[in-house]
Design a protein around this ligand. Structure first.
Ligand code: MV4
Length: 494
């Protein structure tokens, strides 16, 4: 049974390959699109057909809706998978697909649009009985009204753009004196970034956890959840480490959060794969937003449930009923994903694009690598710095952490600076190991001190490793020394 004959993947890099892998298993032909600098990328080679979509700048290529639809029609695909980022949550694009008779692999344009409004979706969920933080239901325009409401909510408060997400236009306000300025600045940023100046205020949680639930819904009203993920470790609103399940989840908390997550999916008339995001603090949780796409971190959910999310997305988009019932889904073990970015963690995470001169990816039991890179590949400077995702799966959390450390030692990327050493440090940090994380984990001074010392030592190790490789030694020959080094470091964690 073939769900579709041919699908276009409107994305690049690892996620384009991830989607094509599911297509190949399902005997669906794949069409890739590529910008000029991506001409020789792996996702182009993987596809059955590939078309140039334009110049380097995303607006001229991966965001060029008309051109993408054009290629879809010319190549005769029945469906488009948007991946994440780019057009994945663009309701205009979903609508355009719908009106051209091409299946958009995701929820309806209407649901994407409704969830795109952070204020509108918050209303909808509050009405449905899902916990939300105290907020200004009508948005804010006048500083006087805002002051009154903020006083009722109590400081600190946060100003958010309704069309936002990703932290753009967000401002924390500690006291009434700062409020007026924060609102006008928020409105300015929101107008220029989204063409929508609507901002609202809500109670600010100082060090919450970010906990999210994966859901799957078909077009016939069946909806299930695939448990939770903890995604608190982030930098500049980019997640760095994700795990499933959330390490502090209890059966009681899960029961409450699952009920809320399924309510969110139901009242938004959700179809396909989606994520319901909550903030959690002191035993309470609050709905933040729903992400209407396949997420970067879907891999950890796939690991613990054994369910292929892209396969499910394709089946649902083809009009199939969900083949899984809630009772078919259970948690097996624990999974952690580290995002490997071409960035220098010792230089304020500055992007470090360039050529990969040595490359060896890890493997072995419980290790999955999703990447779009290889030896000799040049990382173009125009796109996201995430070049690979390392995902480990073990019987329980500590085993998975040990597996991740082992896989990070095996992973050799030389030529560009990466977040690998940072991940090595995080996987060895006692607070991480204890599961004591929150959204500002990496900003904590004692964490930074610990990680920075580790990083400097890692840099020395990487230099030694590079020198050894130049002398022709193999990675295996070096790993014994690395293990001794790591044990030593763990004992010195403060
Ligand atoms: C918050 C918050 C604290 N209190 N809202 C960041 C992006 C957007 N999805 C929501 N975000 C936050 N909203 C209130 N009322 C803290 C954050 C936040 C955050 C949330 C999840 C993951 C990482 C974060 C990093 C900084 C701030």
């Amino acid at each position: 049974m073939r769900y579709f004959e041919k699908i276009l993947i409107a994305n690049r890099g690892e996620i384009a390959i991830r989607v094509m892998r599911a297509c190949r298993e399902l005997d669906i032909e794949t069409v890739a699109i590529y910008s000029d600098p991506d001409r020789n990328s792996l996702h182009v080679k993987y596809a059955d057909e590939a078309f140039n979509v334009g110049e380097a700048h995303p607006r001229k290529s991966y965001l060029n809706m008309e051109r993408i639809i054009d290629i879809a029609e010319k190549s005769g695909v029945e469906a488009i998978h948007p991946g994440y980022g780019f057009l994945a949550e663009n309701h205009h694009f979903a609508h355009l697909c719908e009106s051209e008779g091409i299946t958009f692999i995701g929820p309806s344009a209407k649901t994407i649009e409704a969830m795109g409004s952070k204020l509108g979706s918050k209303h909808m969920m509050k009405e449905a009985g899902v916990p939300v933080l105290p907020y200004t239901p009508d948005g804010v325009t006048s500083a006087d009204d805002a002051k009154k409401i903020a006083a009722e909510i109590g400081y600190p408060v946060i100003v958010k753009a309704s069309s936002g997400g990703g932290g753009i236009g967000m401002q924390i306000v500690e006291s009434e004196e700062e409020l007026e300025e924060a609102i006008s600045k928020g409105m300015r940023i929101a107008e220029s970034a989204f063409g929508d100046a609507t901002v609202f205020i809500e109670k600010y949680l100082v060090k919450p956890r970010h906990i999210e639930f994966q859901v799957l819904a078909d077009a016939y009203g069946s909806c299930i959840h695939l448990f939770d993920r903890e995604c608190s470790i982030q930098r500049r609103h980019q997640k760095l480490v994700e795990e499933a399940p959330c390490p502090i989840m209890t059966p009681e908390l899960r029961e409450r959060m699952v009920a809320s997550a399924l309510t969110v999916a139901r009242v938004s008339e959700y179809t396909n794969a989606g994520t319901v995001e909550f903030l959690y603090a002191d035993g309470d949780y609050y709905f933040m937003e729903m992400n209407t796409r396949l997420q970067v971190e879907h891999t950890v959910t796939e690991a613990i449930t054994g369910i292929d999310l892209v396969r499910q997305q394709i089946a649902i988009a083809a009009g199939e009923e969900l083949a899984l019932s809630q009772d078919d889904v259970s948690i097996r073990g624990h999974a952690i994903e580290c995002r490997i970015n071409a960035e220098d963690p010792l230089n304020n995470f500055a992007a470090d694009p360039g050529k990969i001169v040595r490359y060896r990816s890890p493997g072995g039991p419980g290790i999955r690598v999703d990447s779009g890179i290889h030896m000799g590949y040049s990382i173009p400077p125009h796109y996201d710095s995430m070049i690979s995702k390392l995902c480990g799966h073990g019987a329980e959390r500590m085993e998975t952490i040990e597996k991740m450390r082992r896989a990070i030692y095996e992973y050799v990327i030389i030529g560009v600076k990466t977040t690998l050493p940072l991940h090595h440090a995080i996987m060895s940090n006692s607070h991480f190991i204890a599961g004591n994380t929150h959204t500002h984990f990496l900003q904590e001074e004692h964490i930074q001190r610990n990680l920075n010392r580790f990083l400097r030592e890692e840099e020395t190790r990487m230099k030694t490793l590079a020198a050894s490789l130049r002398q022709g030694k193999t990675v295996a020959a070096i790993s014994a020394a690395v293990n001794v080094y790591v044990r030593k470091n763990m004992e010195r964690d403060e």
